[in-house]
Design a protein. Structure first.
Length: 73
C-alpha cells in the first residue's frame, strides 16, 4: 500500500493569475484615461457621472455576473 506522491507547493504566480493582473492593470489605465463626465441614462433616471466611475461599475457588474454564473461541482 503506497501513498501517492505529494508534490511540493508551487512558488510564484500561475499564468492565469498573471493574466488577471495584466487585465486589471489595463482596466485601471483605461479608466484613468477617461476622466470626462458623461450623461448616464438608466431606465428613467438621467444623471451625469465621471466616465471612469461608469466603467468601474460596469467592470464590477461583469465580475459579479461571472462569479455568480461559475459552475461549482
Amino acid at each position: 500500500m503506497g501513498y501517492p506522491e505529494q508534490r511540493p507547493p508551487k512558488k510564484g504566480l500561475s499564468a492565469k493569475q498573471w493574466a488577471a493582473i495584466a487585465l486589471v492593470i489595463l482596466a485601471v489605465v483605461f479608466m484613468l484615461q477617461n476622466l470626462a463626465f458623461v450623461r448616464v441614462e438608466f431606465f428613467l433616471v438621467h444623471s451625469t457621472a465621471p466616465l471612469w466611475l461608469v466603467l468601474l461599475i460596469t467592470l464590477a457588474a461583469g465580475y459579479a455576473i461571472g462569479w455568480f454564473s461559475r459552475r461549482r461541482g
